[in-house]
Write a protein that binds this ligand. Structure first.
Ligand code: MC0
Length: 143
C-alpha cells in the first residue's frame, strides 16, 4: 500500500528564494509549482532530475500564502526560521490506507482526502500519531 517517500517538505518564508538556492547551489530542478489556497501555501516540487521517475523522492519547498496559513503559524512558532515541516508517503489507494490506519488508532486530520499538489488526493496524520512528525499521505491521480 505504501509506495515510497514522495517528498520531504521544507517550510520557509520565501519559496522563490529557496528554489533559486537549490538550483544554483545543488543543480536541482523545479518539476512543478502551484498555489494551493485551501492549504494556504505556494509550493515548488524540486528534484535532482528534471523529470519525475518512479519512486523518486522530491523536496517540496513551500511558503505561506497568508497569515492564516498553517505554515505561517508553524514559522511563527519557530521564530520565522525555515526548516523541515513534514514528510509525505506516496500510497496507491489513500482510501484503503486511511481505513487501515484508522482501524489501528491513527488520527487523520480530514474525514475525506483533500486536493494536493498536481491533483493528488492528500490527508495528514496528526503529529501525535506520527510520533512527533507530521506525515502526509498522497495518492497520484489514476490515469
Ligand atoms: C504542529 N506540530 C507539529 C507540526 N505542526 N509537529 C511536527 N511537525 C509539524 N509540522 C505539533 C505542535 O508542536 C504541537 O505539539 C501540536 O502539533 C499542535 O500544534 P499547534 O502549533 O497548536 O498547531 P495546530 O494544532 O493549530 O495545527 C497543527 C496541525 C496543522 C498539524 C493540525 O499544521 C495542520 O492542519 N497541518 C496539515 C495541513 C498542512 O500542514 N498544510 C501545509 C502543507 P504539542 O506537543 O506542543 O501539543 S500543504 C501540502 O503539503 C500539499 C500542498 C501537498 O503536499 O500536496
Amino acid at each position: 500500500l505504501f509506495i515510497c517517500i514522495d517528498h520531504v517538505a521544507y517550510a520557509c518564508p520565501d519559496a522563490d528564494e529557496a528554489s533559486k538556492y537549490y538550483q544554483e547551489t545543488f543543480g536541482w530542478h523545479e518539476l512543478h509549482r502551484e498555489e494551493n489556497p485551501e492549504q494556504g501555501v505556494v509550493e515548488i516540487m524540486m528534484a535532482p532530475a528534471a523529470k519525475l521517475t518512479e519512486h523518486m523522492t522530491q523536496v517540496q519547498v513551500m511558503a505561506p500564502l497568508n497569515d492564516e496559513s498553517t505554515v505561517a503559524k508553524w514559522l511563527a512558532k519557530h521564530n520565522g526560521r525555515a526548516g523541515l515541516h513534514h514528510m509525505a508517503w506516496r500510497v496507491d489507494d489513500i482510501d484503503a490506507v486511511s481505513a487501515t490506519l484508522r482501524e489501528r488508532g491513527v488520527q487523520l486530520l480530514y474525514d475525506e482526502p483533500k486536493l494536493g499538489t498536481g491533483g493528488n488526493r492528500i490527508n495528514f496524520m496528526h503529529p501525535k500519531s506520527g510520533k512527533g512528525v507530521l506525515i502526509e499521505l498522497t495518492q497520484y491521480p489514476k490515469n
